[in-house]
Design a protein around this ligand. Structure first.
Ligand SMILES: [Zn+2]
Length: 107
């Protein structure tokens, strides 16, 4: 098997790489955001900050985080543009057959 640059790999490959770490996402050029399920706030996610706060081996697929809007009790899911994908389009980072509220909180 030969090496393929991350930007040359198909979208489905990226969206099923559930165990990729945040440091690998940063290295490969993923663009990550978080969206609140309650108030629909979209927020940029700085992978360098995530690495600094949670370590380089954290995985974002299937994770949630608290909403950053003042007073909102909602949870945010992570969405991303994989390397080589259309800029500005974000896909949710979900694990397959996940129970509805069984996601693991990140913070
Ligand atoms: Zn919210």
């Amino acid at each position: 098997m030969s090496f393929k640059k991350p930007s040359a790999r198909p979208l489905q490959h990226h969206l099923s790489s559930y165990f990729i770490t945040v440091s690998a996402m940063r290295r490969d050029g993923w663009v990550v955001m978080a969206r609140c399920r309650a108030c629909h706030l979209d927020a940029w996610v700085c992978l360098s900050t995530v690495i600094r706060l949670n370590g380089p081996d954290v995985q974002l697929f299937g994770r949630t985080t608290r909403c950053r809007r003042y007073g909102c009790q909602g949870r945010m899911i992570f969405m991303a543009t994989p390397p080589g994908a259309q800029h500005g389009q974000f896909w949710p980072l979900l694990r397959p057959q996940e129970p509805k509220d069984g996601s693991t909180p990140l913070s």
